[in-house]
Design a binder for this molecule. Structure first.
Ligand code: NDP
Length: 284
C-alpha cells in the first residue's frame, strides 16, 4: 500500500483564497485586519517563522506589524508594548513568537495579551474556553491538523486517535479537539512505557515530538491517517518530521509530509484567527 498524500500546501492555498475574499469584504467596510508579531532575540528558526507569518498576512491583504527586540530587552518593555497593542484598534491579533529568552516569564507575557486578540489561543482564558468546548480561538497548529483530517475524509467519530506529545501548544489542544470531534484519544509522552503499543492501535496518529523520524512504519496500523507535526533539521541541513516518511507511507492510508504538511496550515489558521478577530471587531 502507498499512502495518499495529505498536501498541506494545496489545502492551505485553497483556504487562503477563501480567507482573502473575506478580507476584501471587511476592507470594503473600511476595516483591514491587522496582526502584530513580537520577536525577541535572534533565534534563526523563530526569525523564519515570523517572516513567513508576516508575508502570509500581506499576501492575504491583511496588514501586519513586526516588532523586534534584542534578546536582552527588559520584560517590562515588551509588556508595555503589548499593552499599547491591546488598545490599538488597527490591531486585531497579537502574537509573541516562542520561545522567549530565559529571563522572561513566558506565561506572564502570554497572559498580558488581551484574550480578544490572542490569535495563538494560548491565553489561559482561551485555553479554558477550548477545554469547555466553546473555543474563542483554536491554537493554530492543532486547528490546521483538524482541517487536514477533515480534508482526508477520515471519520473522527469513534476513531482511535493517538497523539504523541503533550505540549500546551500542540499535544494538549489537539487532544481536546479530537475528543470534541468524537474520537477516543490517547496522549503519549516521554514517560509512556510502550509507545508502539499505542501507536499501532491508532486510526489517526498525530506526531508532535521534535525527534527526527522516530515514528517508523512498523509502529503504524495499516491504513491509518498519519499527521506529522514535527519540524526537525537533519545533519545535512534538510527539514524532516517526526515520522519516517518512507517506511510510514508503505503502511499508512494517508500521510502528511514535512515540509509541505502542517507548517503551511499553521500559518493559514493564524490568518483565519486574525480575520475572525477583525470580523468580531467589525460587528461591535
Ligand atoms: P515540546 O518539546 O514542547 O513537546 C514535545 C513532546 O514530545 C513532549 O510532550 C514530550 O514529552 C514528548 N516526547 C519527547 N520525547 C518523547 C519520546 N521519546 N516518546 C514520546 N514522547 C516524547 O514540542 P512542541 O509540542 O512545541 O513541538 C513538537 C514538534 O512539533 C517540534 O518538532 C516542533 O518544531 C514542531 N512544531 C511544528 C509546528 C508546525 O507548524 N508544523 C508548530 C509547533 C511545533 P514530555 O511532556 O514527557 O516531556
Amino acid at each position: 500500500m502507498t499512502a495518499r498524500l495529505i498536501d498541506g500546501n494545496a489545502l492551505a492555498a485553497s483556504l487562503r483564497g477563501a480567507l482573502a475574499e473575506r478580507v476584501n469584504v471587511l476592507k470594503a467596510q473600511g476595516l483591514t485586519p491587522g496582526l502584530a508579531v513580537i520577536l525577541v532575540g535572534a533565534d534563526p528558526a523563530s526569525a523564519v517563522y515570523v517572516r513567513n507569518k508576516v508575508s502570509a498576512c500581506e499576501k492575504a491583504g491583511m496588514h501586519s506589524r513586526k516588532i523586534e527586540y534584542a534578546a536582552d530587552v527588559a520584560q517590562a518593555d515588551v509588556l508595555a508594548k503589548i499593552d499599547e497593542l491591546n488598545r490599538d484598534p488597527s490591531i486585531h491579533g497579537i502574537l509573541v513568537q516562542l520561545p522567549l529568552p530565559v529571563h522572561f516569564d513566558s506565561e506572564l507575557v502570554l497572559e498580558a495579551i488581551s484574550a480578544e486578540k490572542d490569535v495563538d489561543g494560548f491565553h489561559a482564558e482561551n485555553v479554558g474556553a477550548l477545554m469547555q468546548g466553546q473555543p474563542r480561538f483554536i491554537p493554530c497548529t492543532p486547528y490546521g491538523v483538524m482541517k487536514m483530517l477533515e480534508s482526508s475524509g477520515v471519520q473522527l467519530r469513534g476513531a482511535e486517535a493517538v497523539i504523541v506529545g503533550r505540549s500546551n501548544i500542540v499535544g494538549k489542544p489537539m487532544a481536546m479537539l479530537l475528543m470534541a470531534a468524537g474520537a477516543t484519544v490517547t496522549v503519549c509522552h516521554s514517560q509512556t512505557r510502550d509507545l508502539a503499543f499505542h501507536t499501532k492501535r491508532a486510526d489517526i496518529l498525530v506526531a508532535a515530538v521534535g525527534r527526527p523520524r522516530m515514528i517508523t512504519g512498523d509502529m503504524i496500523k495499516p491504513g491509518a491517517v498519519v499527521i506529522d507535526v514535527g519540524i526537525n533539521r537533519t545533519e545535512d541541513g534538510k527539514l524532516c518530521g517526526d515520522v519516517d516518511f518512507d517506511s510510514a507511507q508503505a503502511v499508512a492510508g494517508a500521510i502528511s509530509p514535512v515540509p509541505g504538511g502542517v507548517g503551511p496550515m499553521t500559518i493559514t489558521m493564524l490568518l483565519a484567527n486574525t480575520l475572525e478577530a477583525a470580523e468580531r471587531a467589525a460587528e461591535e
